[in-house]
Design a protein. Structure first.
Length: 201
């Protein structure tokens, strides 16, 4: 069955991740199906370039050492992603443990927290990963938030729907958060003008 790891209400075994709740059966996340996987269940990825420093607006005084990767989608195209090698502490001139840039919302939605994926890569990910928009969401589907200009700003996984088929709960994280959590979809992103789309595979 492979290694099993738990993070909050998320359990990972091999290449499959499940969302669990106190009264709900496990929900298989479909986001990582966008990518090709090797014989061990890992996303096919190629490291590109040397490690570099990167920052985040949520931590303007901190710099993180990251490695850049190309992740291979189902259609053979690639997107760029990063992995953090922890934070660079200039006061001591060394790397120190800091999980805040290990992954972001899209990294959790599509790579089970293994990579950080920028907003600008997600439209290409949805197309190359053979996802399609749906009006009949199911637990495990991907919920995308777009700003008023149509740009993707956030993603989460659908974790619960009601008897009428409406999404009532989503699971993920935001910004530099390090623990996944579940929220109603209208509270998972702070912009009330953002539009929501559900994508499935």
């Amino acid at each position: 069955m492979g290694d099993v790891t738990a993070r909050g209400d998320v359990i990972t075994t091999g290449s499959t991740t499940f969302l669990i709740g106190p009264s709900n059966p496990p929900v298989s996340k479909r986001g990582s199906l966008a990518f090709k996987h090797d014989e061990n269940g890992n996303i096919v990825a190629r490291k590109i370039g040397d490690p570099s420093l990167a920052g985040h607006s949520g931590a303007p005084d901190d710099m993180f050492v990251v490695e850049e990767y190309e992740l291979v989608l189902q259609d053979g195209s690639t997107i760029k992603a990063t992995k953090s090698l922890e934070r660079y502490d200039a006061t001591i001139g060394n790397i120190v443990p800091d999980a805040r840039m290990d992954t972001d919302c899209h990294g959790v939605t599509f790579t089970d927290g293994e990579y950080w994926i920028n907003n600008s890569e997600v439209d290409k990910l949805l197309e190359g990963g053979d996802f399609s928009e749906t009006n009949t969401p199911q637990p495990g589907d991907v919920l995308i938030y777009r700003d008023q200009g149509g740009k993707i700003v956030h993603s989460v996984t659908v974790s619960e729907i009601d008897s009428a088929g409406n999404v009532t709960e989503v699971t993920g994280l935001d910004g530099l958060e390090t623990m996944e959590h579940s929220d109603p979809p209208d509270r998972a992103w702070p912009d009330p003008n953002a539009t929501q789309e559900v994508w499935t595979k």
